[in-house]
Structure formats: C-alpha cells, structure tokens
Design a protein around this ligand. Sequence first.
Ligand SMILES: Nc1ncnc2c1ncn2[C@@H]1O[C@H](COP(=O)(O)OP(=O)(O)OP(=O)(O)O)[C@@H](O)[C@H]1O
Length: 244
Amino acid sequence: MTKPGRPLLKVQGLTKRFGGLVAVDTMTFDVHENEVLGLIGPNGSGKTTTMNLISGAFPPSSGSITMNGRRLSGLPAHKIAREGVARTFQLVRILPGLSLIDNVVAGAAFGHRKRWGLEAEQFARDLLERIGLGDQIHLPVGSLTYIDQKRLELARALASEPKVLLLDEWLAGLNPTELQDGIDLISQLRQEGRTIILVEHVMDAIRSLCDRCIVMNSGAKIAEGTPSDVLSDPEVIRAYLGDE
Ligand SMILES: Nc1ncnc2c1ncn2[C@@H]1O[C@H](COP(=O)(O)OP(=O)(O)OP(=O)(O)O)[C@@H](O)[C@H]1O
C-alpha cells in the first residue's frame, strides 16, 4: 500500500458564514497525497459545508484552499473539478435518463483528465467492471438498487481521475451486508493510493479506512490524529455525547 506523501491540499483559515451562523470556523488542515482523511463530528458541525467549500459549491467567507500550490478557493465548481477535485453527494446525483456507461463517460468528459469517444468508453467500462457493475453497463440507471446507484456515482467521480476524491457519507443508508461491501470498495481505493476526504458517521468505517481524522464541532477543529487517538479523546467523546 502507498504511504501518505507530501501535502497535496492545503486548507487555511477556512471560514463560512451563513448570516449570523459560522458553519465553518477558521479550519486549517492539510491532506497528504495517498492519504484517506476522515472528517468527522456531530450533526451540524460543518463537515458537509467544508466539503462544499472544497468542491466550490459556494465560496468561502474567508480563508483559502490550495492544491499543489494553486488556489482553488474562489473558483467556480466546474473549474475546481477541472483542477482535479471530484465528489459524491449525501443524496446520490446521477444523470437519470442515461445508461450506466453514459453516466461514467460524462464523468470522464467533465473532470480533470478529459477523455472522449472510444477511449472514454473503454475507460468507463473498465471502471464499472472494477466497481462491480460490469454486467449492467447498458442498463438505464433507473433500474439500479440504492448501493449500485452509489457505486455508479463513485465510478463517475473516479472517471475524471481526480487528484482528490471527496466522499460525503458515501456509506449512509446501506444495510449491513452492503455496508461491508462499501467499506471493502473504499478500502480498495485506499490500496490504490488514492487521496480521499471522507465524511462519515460509521465509526467502524472510520477506524478501518482512515489514516488520519479531523474532528469538527460547531464549525471548528477540535482534534486531529489517528482514528484511535481522536476517538478516545475526551473532548471528542464529549462533543458526540454532550456534557451529560
Ligand atoms: N446553505 C446553507 N444555508 C444556511 N445554513 C446552512 C447551509 N448549509 C449548512 N448550513 C448550516 O451550517 C451548519 C453546518 O451544517 P453542515 O451540513 O455542514 O453540518 P454537517 O457536519 O455536515 O452535519 P451532518 O452530519 O448532519 O450532515 C448547520 O447549522 C447547518 O444548518
């Protein structure tokens, strides 16, 4: 397995205000090459907003995000995708009228590494095979089960060969068997040396998949370290359970 390398994504003083609410409060952290970084914290602590800021769904109020020294913050989402950031969403977003393969081909065309025509099709076919959907590539996406929709969304994100992949609660809503399949799939991506930021509530997944975790509470970072270190940190336990 590839070991985490040099810092790839740098987040500095990142802040997002919605009116009077500070959803993300001066967050500073690095994501290293080949690292799986877990972003965890109680509901409403600002994890998805942080992902939205990195992918450019909206601009930060202040602070910066750079990748390989190039500034991402302030760019529109499609330009950030071109720079090499791909994501999945809490609520799956796939293109409903298209077949599986056309969904993945679309991902290959709009991301960081553009591919077209036969090359894109072959690449999409290989990706769908690897992700466990190889026997369904020409089916319409409407026929897919929930986990397969999630697999497809992942394949579409991977089709652009992103430098950083953002997975926002990719495992949410899966039954126990699907959950294990999902963890195995992300584990496979980790072994391929991909750089991933993972927002997740499933602690077993955090423990088995993440090299490092950042814990958020009320928009701010309250802990950073290995999964076992942060999950035994009294402040983290208090944030999850409340003062009681
Ligand atoms: N577009 C928005 N407009 C206004 N407030 C928002 C917006 N998006 C998020 N918020 C608020 O920002 C805070 C952080 O929300 P966020 O979704 O980032 O938390 P989270 O840690 O991802 O939570 P969860 O684990 O429940 O998904 C919440 O109080 C939320 O209501």
